[in-house]
Design a protein around this ligand. Structure first.
Ligand code: C2E
Ligand code: CA
Ligand code: CA
Ligand code: CA
Length: 277
């Protein structure tokens, strides 16, 4: 019995120290990644349900680690947040995406959506940073969508409200990402200058043949219409999901059905050939 226990504990220790090693490696790697130009931006289109037009691109970060290969943002963003590195990384992403998108032919009216970490919004000079990056690149604030998650709203709401109001007056729009999964508090929807709800992909993927779990999606869309908010459904992978969202008069869609996240060059090609038959 003792030996079994010993075995169990040493296995546990090994798994844990692997995890710590990986964490430390990610942390060390992240410190050099910006200088070594290991980050890239990929883009995923948002499509107007009614017209089929691409109206926006969401910028998503990618990290190619020299030894470990591609590490997903789901794994390294939390480390970047714990170390504060998300601030320079977030600035880099916004700057790069603005610069790149301005060079795209025929993309003059396209909006750019970027994801924000709570840490970025908590920066005292957050509004100035965004203003500076858009000013320096020439990207109009009125084409910028900021995607934030609900849980961050729980901390220091007043100062977040203040910053988002300021940006809002400058034409920036604000979306609640992963809507339905966070610590939803309907009162925030009223207090915050929110323009868009992005329905979490888990609710969209629940729309399948012979199941009627789509009712939550229906409820969210009806609520958004009542509050005069735009709705983006994310994680749309099938025609069935598309048709369902069309019936509900959901505003916008995003997902593999239309395109995976792609690099800038492919995005230009996609825009040039859209809509496909
Ligand atoms: P998110 O903002 O909810 O982004 C959507 C994620 O779903 C992306 O994963 C995207 O590639 C994936 N996705 C899009 N369409 C589909 C689909 O049809 N089916 C499925 N199964 N997945 C789909 P990704 O790029 O791995 O990003 C994961 C998360 O990491 C993002 O979730 C976001 O929270 C965070 N993230 C990514 N880039 C950034 C960034 O630049 N800054 C910050 N702060 N967070 C980022
Ligand atoms: Ca997002
Ligand atoms: Ca999301
Ligand atoms: Ca997410």
């Amino acid at each position: 019995v003792k030996d079994e226990h010993k075995g169990h504990y040493s296995f546990f220790d090994a798994a844990m120290s692997n995890r710590i090693d990986r964490h430390l490696n990610i942390e060390t790697g992240l410190r050099q990644a910006l200088d070594n130009q290991e980050f890239r931006v990929v883009y995923q289109p948002q499509v107007d349900v009614e017209t089929g037009a691409i109206t926006a691109m969401e910028a998503l970060i990618r990290w190619q680690h020299p030894e470990a290969g591609e590490i997903s943002p789901g794994e390294f963003i939390p480390v970047a947040e714990q170390t504060g590195l998300i601030i320079p990384i977030g600035d880099w992403l916004l700057h790069t995406a603005c610069e790149e998108m301005l060079r795209w032919p025929g993309a003059e009216h396209l909006r750019l959506a970027v994801n924000l970490s709570p840490l970025q919004l908590n920066q005292r000079d957050f509004v100035q940073r965004v203003g500076e990056i858009c000013g320096n690149t020439g990207f109009p604030l009125s084409r910028l969508d900021l995607e934030i998650t609900e849980n961050l709203l729980m901390r220091d709401v007043d100062s977040v409200v203040e910053k988002l109001r300021t940006l809002s007056r400058l034409g920036v729009t604000v979306a609640i990402d992963d809507f339905g999964t966070g610590y939803s508090s309907l009162s925030y929807l009223q207090r915050l200058p929110i323009h868009t709800l992005k329905i979490d992909q888990s609710f969209i993927q629940a729309i399948r043949e012979g199941q009627d779990e789509g009712t939550l999606v229906e409820t969210i869309i009806a609520m958004a219409q009542g509050l005069d908010l735009r709705v983006v459904a994310e994680g749309v992978e099938t025609e069935r999901q598309l048709n369902y969202l069309r019936r509900l008069k959901c505003g916008y869609m995003q997902g593999y059905y239309f395109s995976r996240p792609i690099n800038g060059r492919d995005a230009v090609n996609l825009l040039g050939s859209w809509p496909r038959e």
